[in-house]
Design a protein around this ligand. Structure first.
Ligand code: NDP
Ligand code: 2IT
Length: 445
């Protein structure tokens, strides 16, 4: 396989799908050497088969707003690869959603899910629906209309969706309610469910907790810890919330949060009631972070900027893709940041990653560092199958162990001659090998 040749071919087939092409190029570049060293992969056409989804379901979602006006949104489910387990991955509701974004997320999910060591294939879905400013009833009607199409494609051993941007506990509730009614069964077909109807403890916190557990491992390998460190976080949603909670618990100080409107700088630290307030902010459907600075005097709002200009030891991008660019990475390095660990999916641009790696900053990509979310979804599926609920400590311990193991796998496959760990390479190789070997075992299908 030659990456450039393969990419020219893909660019021709899928013009303008920039996020998808970006994600594929990164993986192919990382695995090129091991792939070519194993000619059985090329003989079985593994690359050609893994870069295209198994299938894409696209549908319209008609719904009525509170004034009776009819709206139509686009809905998608991309079932990418199920070689190692049922399709698994989140649903994203955001106006920016399109095929390219969901294909990039579904592709990444294959390798992320493989890294968790649980039996889950890769998928993603969502809609260009904008939850901003919508009432609860509007969100419910939209979720119900979405599920009216989606339910035919999913099932507890077929495809198990979950949340992502714009899809949290409330939306999963509305989606699950409709699924249950249509399918006439009460199964673990969605994860992130409420605790009283099949959900798992720790799932809400899992992505953020997992990201911080991963950070802890990276720092420990350098004889460092989170205690006493200043941490910049972007986003103010589910992942940012879990990360802020765990950083604070481990003795670090979170000094920023951000939204599409800018960032807030809180030198006294986002802790205690301020972390609880994040949930209110996310639930308000207002899509802005500024109200935090109105609520808490210690915080200052900086409009239209990313938080990466603030001096910090650790940066945890937890908002969205391509939110940390080359200049931001330069600022972080200049300000003495030692570790960038991705809570979001693909938040660093390829140019930013280059700057971080050239400067030997500890840098972990989302597919490794944020795998705690889907891993705990996998634990929710296990509990549903057993019809049992584990205690908080049990789930947390399993999550922690999974993150330690993912870190170890990245170190095993990504350590260079100088001892610097290329976590991108490590994660991609470890994630890819398992899926590729499964595909090899199962023949050309
Ligand atoms: P939420 O909807 O809870 O929060 C998303 C956050 O990102 C909000 O602060 C949101 O602000 C902000 N955001 C979204 N889009 C943009 C944009 N275009 N520009 C600037 N800010 C934006 O989502 P999550 O916390 O669940 O997801 C955050 C990231 O983590 C995503 O990359 C997601 O794919 C990833 N992730 C999520 C997992 C999960 O289990 N939830 C698991 C693994 C990864 P606003 O709402 O105002 O736009
Ligand atoms: O990007 C992700 O890993 C998620 N949004 C979580 C997916 C899941 O199935 O829990």
């Amino acid at each position: 396989m030659n990456v450039d040749v393969k990419m020219v071919d893909l660019e021709k087939k899928h013009p303008g799908e920039n996020e998808y092409l970006q994600a594929v190029r990164e993986v192919l570049e990382s695995i090129e050497d091991v792939y070519n060293a194993n000619p059985q992969f090329e003989a079985a056409g593994i690359i050609d088969r893994i870069v295209e989804p198994d299938r894409i379901l696209m549908f319209k979602i008609p719904w009525e707003d509170d004034q009776g006006k009819v709206h139509v949104n686009l809905g998608y489910r991309i079932q990418f690869n199920n070689a190692i387990g049922p399709y698994k991955g989140g649903l994203r509701f955001h106006p920016s959603v399109n095929l390219s974004i969901l294909k990039f997320l579904g592709f990444e999910q294959i390798f992320k899910n493989s890294l968790t060591s649980l039996a889950m294939g890769g998928a993603k879905g969502g809609s260009d629906f904008n939850p901003k400013g919508k009432s609860n009833s509007e969100i419910m009607r939209f979720c119900q209309s979405f599920m009216l199409e989606l339910w035919k494609m999913i099932g507890p051993s077929t495809d198990v969706p979950a949340g992502d941007i714009g899809v949290g506990a409330r939306e999963i509730g509305f989606l699950y309610g409709m699924y249950r009614k249509l399918a006439r069964e009460n199964t673990g077909v969605l994860t992130g469910k409420g605790i009283n109807w099949g959900g798992s403890l720790i799932r809400p916190e899992a992505t953020g907790f997992g990201c911080v557990y991963f950070t802890k491992e990276m720092l420990a390998a350098k004889g460092e810890s989170i205690k006493g460190k200043t941490v910049a976080i972007s986003g103010f949603g589910n992942v940012a919330w879990g990360a802020a909670k765990k950083v604070t618990e481990l003795g670090g100080k979170v000094v920023t949060l951000s939204g599409p409107d800018g960032y807030v700088y809180d030198p006294e630290g986002v802790s205690g009631e301020k972390i609880d307030y994040m949930l209110e902010l996310r639930a308000s459907n207002e899509d802005i972070v500024k109200p935090y600075s109105d609520e808490f005097e210690s915080a200052k709002f900086v409009p239209g900027k990313h938080p990466w200009e603030v001096k910090c030891d650790i940066a945890l991008p937890c908002a969205t893709e391509n939110e940390l660019n080359e200049e931001d990475a330069g600022n972080l390095v200049k300000n003495g940041c030692i570790c960038v660990c991705e809570g979001a999916n693909m938040p660093c641009t390829p140019e930013a990653i280059e700057v971080l790696q050239e400067n030997k900053i500890l840098y972990a990509p989302g597919k490794a560092a944020n795998a705690g979310g889907v891993a705990t979804s996998g634990l929710e599926m296990s509990q549903n199958s057993m019809k049992l609920n584990w205690q908080r400590e049990e789930v947390d311990k399993r999550l922690h162990d999974i993150m330690i193991n993912i870190h170890a796998a990245c170190v095993e496959h990504g350590t260079g001659e100088d001892g610097y760990v290329n976590f991108v390479k490590g994660a991609n190789i470890a994630g890819f090998m398992k899926v590729a070997n499964a595909m090899l075992d199962q023949g050309v299908i």
